[in-house]
Design a protein around this ligand. Structure first.
Ligand code: 147
Length: 645
């Protein structure tokens, strides 16, 4: 019998820049947004916050990301919540809301060369000028204000701007945006249009429109490109990709980073999302480059996906070049791929080799061509164009091994033998071989802890315009305001009309807090002020966030219409009340709303007086606590969540 060793299939690949270079490398990155994926990170204490940001952005420490793409908050639900807009209304302008500004500032502090890219998922309703589409002068003003605000208030140059995530686009608007950017003296490039490759069918027929688009960005491309797009000969990116768990998604990520260039000449790949910093129980829980969704404890988790990012991030830079296909870039004969990049001087060289199994390395929402991967031996032959290189650093990850401590291990220095080195490649491994050395940065995260109960907040200690800690808006948008009265600061619902959505916003604004697995007697109370007219509510057992009509739950609401009424419903849609009645509630006055959910029944109170009771119980509903309102200005104060006394 013949015993085949790993080296029985062996192949040689030339690495050369003698006949020129391939495309410019634009980087790898993560997406903060689309939406609210960074929400809980904002509430981490600075020690842990800084560690997490170092892991993502500090060059030579962790992922060392080159690109930060952010959502331009539009007051819309954009997957895991609502990000606040810099212009809630036509005459409103504010550049302190949300966490994207700070995320960009902190990323740039760590890596001054970070590439920044902004994109809207949806827009406040007013930009539509009476229509539900954003192709207006108002949207132009709105988007330009965001770009100019980034410069004016944070000295941030936004390198790229998109149009409307995975939605329609418009020639007139794209041309007008491009012209406005030029007129303002900005260098921001336009990405078209963050959806599928079919945009190119339009662009090939319309040179004027094509000229206004600097980069073709498509999503979840499965490392493939449509012919019309390749033919346009523009810069092409995978501008959203991955969408898998921060640890097990590592195989998709390792394959895509390589094969997006090898198979499709895509020069940037951006992960959705940057960080799993939103509540478990929301859509795509745990998806991100790392996981950090416990601001109360400071706990966070590094998975293998971060170290796969490091295989690229630490050894390449934006502005480097890929080598040409066939001279350092290609598919491996027995499956997998290799990519080589060099810096502008041609001194540095980084070669990244992956041998992922096709089926176990698919990303979300996409699939690659079929191929199979088997053990092989690969020899890389550097020709005289890299004759100055005598040794290379080696970093290795075997993604068959679940232990994150074994990812991204330094394997020492290879001394080249007549310009060659050889790798024994089993299936599912990742190598970076480079003139540059890497570091496996390490901090200790504190232990995990459950959401703290009892929990109370009078909002007085928070920054105006910020979001109250731990509240995660799902529809509508809340921010801290200073009432300049003895009330101090309150939390106010700021969106007065339905936005131009990305997906379904709920029927009524609501914001969740706590833990989605709570299925126990609880008491939630909050003071509410309905400013002009409308509805305020508190809820428990709220099980759903993200896109959709709202959530089931036990919901106690009051309404100022006709001098006041109350009801208890089994959903935030506020339809089909289980019980309801009249109670004197008027606009402009503060009331305390309390909902007590017990093992056998629930009770709603106004100002401490029981007004309604029903048979909805703790054992039949599980989920977060929530506050909510109609699409009106409604304030909330003295929030409290605790076990019933
Ligand atoms: C993307 C969105 O752009 C992100 O905000 C986030 O929701 C992400 C989650 O995976 O998904 O939207 C897509 C949703 C579905 C598909 C592609 C993109 N799909 O089915 O091809």
């Amino acid at each position: 019998t013949i015993v085949f060793s790993i080296s029985d299939a062996s192949f040689t690949y030339t690495v050369s820049k003698a006949t020129g270079l391939g495309r410019r490398f634009d980087g790898i990155g993560g997406l903060s947004g689309g939406g609210c994926v960074t929400r809980l990170l904002a509430d981490y204490k600075s020690k842990w916050y800084n560690q997490i940001m170092d892991y993502l952005f500090l060059p030579g420490f962790g992922a060392s990301l080159h690109i930060l793409k952010v959502e331009i908050g539009g007051d819309v639900q954009s997957t895991d919540g609502t990000e606040p807009s810099h212009m809630h209304t036509a005459d409103d302008e504010n550049y302190q809301r949300g966490y994207e500004w700070n995320t960009m500032v902190e990323a740039k502090r760590r890596n001054p060369n970070i590439t920044l890219y902004g994109l809207s998922w949806g827009f406040p309703g007013w930009v539509g000028e009476g229509k539900k589409l954003p192709w207006t002068n108002s949207t132009l003003r709105y988007t330009m204000n965001w770009l100019l605000g980034a410069k004016k208030y944070y000295n941030l140059d936004i390198d790229y701007i998109g149009i409307w995530n995975e939605c329609a686009w418009d020639k007139g608007y794209t041309l007008a945006l491009k012209a406005a950017i030029t007129a303002a003296g900005l260098k921001t490039k336009v990405v078209g249009h963050d959806s599928k490759w079919d945009v190119c069918t339009t662009l090939v027929k319309d040179p004027e429109w094509a000229a206004a688009v600097d980069v073709i960005g498509a999503h979840y491309v499965g490392s493939a490109i449509a012919e019309e797009c390749a033919a346009l000969n523009k810069v092409q990116w995978s501008s959203e990709d991955m969408s898998l768990d921060y640890d097990t998604g590592s195989l998709c990520w390792a394959r895509s980073l390589n094969q997006n260039y090898v198979r499709a000449n895509l020069t940037a790949t951006i992960a959705w999302d940057l960080i799993a910093s939103f509540y478990d129980g929301l859509p795509y829980s745990g998806v991100g480059i790392l996981r950090a969704n416990e601001p109360w404890s400071g706990h966070y988790r590094i998975g293998r996906l971060l170290w796969v990012s490091a295989h690229w991030g630490q050894f390449t830079k934006v502005g480097w070049s890929f080598l040409k296909h066939g001279s350092g870039v290609g598919l491996l004969d027995n499956g997998g791929s290799y990519v080589s990049l060099t810096d502008p001087t041609g001194e540095q060289l980084t070669i990244i080799v992956e041998t992922m199994d096709r089926n176990s390395s698919q990303c979300a929402h996409s699939s690659t061509v079929y191929y199979s991967t088997t053990n092989q031996t690969a020899t890389f032959q550097l020709d005289t164009s890299f004759g100055h290189i005598t040794q290379l650093y080696v970093f290795f990850t075997d993604l068959n091994i679940l232990d994150v401590d074994q990812a991204f291990t330094y394997k020492g220095i290879i001394t080249l033998d007549n310009g060659t080195f050889t790798l024994q490649l089993s299936v599912g491994v990742l190598y970076t071989v480079s003139t540059i050395n890497g570091t496996k940065g390490a901090y200790d995260a504190p232990p995990s802890q459950p959401f703290p109960l009892p929990y109370a907040d009078n909002f007085d200690d928070h920054q105006v315009y910020s979001e109250a800690p731990y509240f995660s808006d799902q529809t509508g948008s809340w921010e801290i305001i200073d009432t300049a009265s003895t009330r101090g600061k309150t939390m106010r619902q700021m969106v007065p009309e339905r936005p131009i959505s990305w997906c379904d916003d709920a029927d009524y604004p609501y914001s969740i807090i706590g833990n989605y697995t709570w299925k126990q007697p609880l008491n939630i109370s909050v003071d509410v002020l309905i400013e002009k007219n409308g509805i305020a509510f508190v809820a428990l057992g709220v099980s759903e966030g993200g896109c959709g009509n709202g959530s089931s739950g036990i919901v106690f609401s009051v309404n100022t219409t006709n001098n006041g009424s109350w009801q208890i419903t089994n959903s935030t849609q506020l339809t089909n009340p289980v019980t309801s009645g009249i109670v004197s509630i008027v606009a402009g006055t503060w009331y305390k709303l309390t909902l007590v959910v017990l093992q056998d029944y629930s009770v709603g109170y106004v100002n401490g007086n029981p007004v309604g009771r029903c048979e909805l119980t703790a054992s039949s509903y599980s989920g977060w606590g929530a506050i909510g309102s109609s699409w009106d200005y409604v304030q909330f104060d003295n929030f409290c969540l605790q076990s019933p006394i």
